[in-house]
Design a protein around this ligand. Structure first.
Ligand SMILES: *[C@@H]1O[C@H](CO)[C@@H](O)[C@H](O)[C@H]1NC(C)=O
Length: 450
């Protein structure tokens, strides 16, 4: 009870945001990729996300609010409303100021928030609808939010992503919290919490909340949009969640549910949502590269984060019979095949964090098979590449474990197993990728209780 009491006391003093709806985990949904959804498809996505412990969707919408964007929002909220009493699943908007060719207009944002803010499926903090952005850092865009806040009866709980301005780049009096898009490593290193700590040091003294980004991967090859780079992913789906235990943000936003063009989707592949324009065709690197098995680690990771934040949440555990091994890898060595992608975002005109140094992709990426093993009791697991000898990992603990083996010149199908019996095989690691063109996306699979 002590931490709870301390937080409530701090809250009364205005030092921390209220506890009630914090410790929620959302997934970022690119509404532009859901243009062909119907209500049942939204329901299916919501039920899937909720079943793995995700509390809600952040709906990324670009202007204008008409046509398929408006239709999809009405479908999404109808679906969530139908399921809300059962699942408690909620949504809120990320107003995308870069995705629509022009920034959002103040009046459109007000219209949307008046329409959906009071909706029973809209996520609220202290009775106010939570609202986020993707960028929108110009002075005029920032000034709009004072008017927007004052135009919504009861106000809003405003947590923008103004990452390009950086911590200290705006006044905390304008916001209730902030979200940082800075969640991939720069160069061949592990993702660190440096940027998260800088944001927290900026926000906490003002009593504002922090929403931390967690992403499993990043690879994009869409030249028509000036996007062709890879950031280190490798074991990040394990490490970044571990980092939430140190950062203890009020909210976590998973990036993303369905951004196929940047290869960080954790939801199902939805064929008509994959960018397929001329010179901006993500199908060659998305088709046949499912990521949905990453969902299977979430119940444990989300429970661990919430418990670390507040012991009023139960400690994470793997139920008896719940053992699983979630494994992922690229299907060819990083140096095999041709590519126009760079290591780091070093050439693109789209760079909201400043230009980065270029690295050869072979320095950024580890040629390795990675796996998260979740066990109800201590045990072992194996990873095998082709017909080579399997590597056995002894002494794994109950709970969550990260294991990996390097390709080391081995090729063939990848087989994994856990001592409690589950076993699965994934596609072959090949000497040369299909068509001789590199694909830096990951294939993700799972064995056991997935
Ligand atoms: C990432 O961190 C782990 C654990 O501290 C360390 O063993 C590993 O070498 C690091 N990897 C890179 C690329 O820095």
């Amino acid at each position: 009870m002590a931490p709870l009491f301390a937080r409530l006391a701090a809250c009364v003093l205005g030092l921390l945001p209220a506890l009630t709806t914090a410790q929620s985990v959302f997934a970022h949904v690119i509404v532009g990729n859901t243009g062909a959804y119907d209500i049942d498809q939204w329901k299916s996505d919501i039920e899937l996300a909720a079943s793995y412990g995700i509390d809600g969707f952040v709906l990324n919408i670009a202007p204008p609010f008409s046509g398929s964007t408006a239709t999809q929002m009405s479908y999404a909220f109808q679906a969530a409303n139908d399921l809300t009493s059962e699942l408690g699943f909620k949504m809120f908007f990320s107003f995308d100021y870069l995705g629509g060719g022009s920034p959002w207009s103040e009046s459109d944002v007000i219209t949307i928030l008046k329409a959906y803010g009071p909706n029973g499926a809209h996520f609220q903090v202290n009775g106010k609808p939570m609202v986020s952005t993707f960028e929108g850092p110009s002075n005029s865009d920032i000034n709009d939010w004072t008017t927007i806040r004052n135009s919504i009866p009861g106000g809003i709980y405003f947590v923008p992503d103004w990452t390009s301005l950086g911590p200290g780049g705006f006044s905390t009096s304008l916001v209730d919290g902030a979200f940082s898009w800075n969640m991939w490593p720069d160069g061949p290193q592990n993702i660190s919490t440096g940027a998260d700590e800088a944001w927290e040091n900026f926000l906490k003294p003002a009593g504002k909340s922090y929403m931390m980004g967690v992403s499993p991967w990043f690879y994009t090859d869409l030249p028509a949009y000036n996007k062709a780079w890879v950031w280190r992913g490798d074991d990040m789906w394990y490490r970044r969640w571990e980092e939430t235990l140190n950062v203890l943000p009020e909210f976590v936003e998973i990036v993303t549910w369905n951004d196929f063009g940047e290869s960080h989707y954790i939801g199902p592949i939805y064929a008509s949502g994959i960018p397929s324009a001329s010179n901006a065709d993500a199908r060659p690197y998305v088709d046949g590269f499912p990521h949905q098995a990453w969902l299977a680690t979430l119940p444990y990771q989300i429970a661990a984060y919430k418990h670390a934040y507040s012991s009023s949440h139960p400690a994470p555990s793997v139920p008896s019979g719940g053992d699983k091994i979630v494994f992922w890898y690229r299907t060819a060595p990083a140096g095999a095949g041709s590519t126009q992608a760079t290591g780091n975002n070093c050439k693109s005109s789209i760079n909201i964090y400043g230009y980065q140094s270029c690295y050869p992709v072979t320095e950024i990426l580890e040629d390795a098979v990675f796996a998260i093993v979740l066990l109800s009791n201590p045990g072992t697991a194996t990873i095998q590449i082709g017909s080579n000898a399997a590597t056995t990992f002894q002494g794994l603990k109950s709970g969550i474990n990260l294991i990996s083996i390097p390709f080391s010149g081995r090729y063939g199908q990848v087989t994994v197993s856990v001592s409690s019996g589950a076993k699965a095989t994934g596609p072959a690691i090949v000497t040369s990728p299909s068509g001789g063109v590199a694909n830096f996306n990951a294939w993700v699979g799972c064995a056991g209780s997935c």
